[in-house]
Design a protein around this ligand. Structure first.
Ligand SMILES: Nc1ncnc2c1ncn2[C@@H]1O[C@H](COP(=O)(O)OP(=O)(O)OP(=O)(O)O)[C@@H](O)[C@H]1O
Ligand SMILES: [Mg+2]
Length: 139
């Protein structure tokens, strides 16, 4: 939650963030804390069944995807997901590997691991936008 608050302060419109890690590793928990840090007061439910939940918070429009149950390219087009990666929305994507050829490249990738005691996250910037974001991370 502390990391999510730090990350929230660095987000810019249009960023794509991939959240990778096993079932239950903490991806949704991070998004929930991020939205709360941005001032969202309502519920944040996992997009397990809807695949996409959207929010307005902190002056940003955020799209939270969970592609675990995602099936086909047709579904991607039909749901209009392509249009959400429009350079304005902040897109947070759980299970991006389930739609590998369709999901745009990540500016920032967060890898979650469950350790025998606690959790570990690894954060990687893949683009200039991502590198700028990570440089802005407060201590
Ligand atoms: N850093 C953490 N430390 C301890 N428990 C955590 C942590 N992050 C998440 N949890 C707990 O683990 C459970 C699963 O977390 P979460 O739903 O965020 O996982 P997920 O990665 O989104 O899983 P899925 O792939 O199924 O969507 C929740 O009960 C949550 O409270
Ligand atoms: Mg989840």
């Amino acid at each position: 939650m502390a990391f999510a608050a730090r990350l929230a302060s660095t987000l810019k419109a249009g960023m794509v963030i991939h959240l990778c890690g096993d079932l239950g590793a903490g991806k949704t928990t991070l998004v929930r804390a991020l939205l709360q840090a941005l001032g969202h007061a309502g519920r944040v439910k996992s997009p397990t069944y809807t695949l996409l939940e959207q929010y307005e918070a902190g002056g940003l429009h955020l799209c939270h995807f969970d592609l675990y149950r995602f099936r086909s390219e047709e579904e991607w087009e039909a749901a209009g997901f392509r249009d959400e990666f429009n350079g304005r929305n902040v897109c947070l994507v759980e299970w991006p590997e389930k739609a590998q050829s369709l999901v745009p490249q990540a500016d920032v990738e967060i890898l979650f691991e469950i350790l025998p005691s606690g959790r570990n996250i690894t954060i990687r910037a893949n683009t200039e936008t991502g590198r700028k974001c990570l440089k802005l991370l407060p201590n």
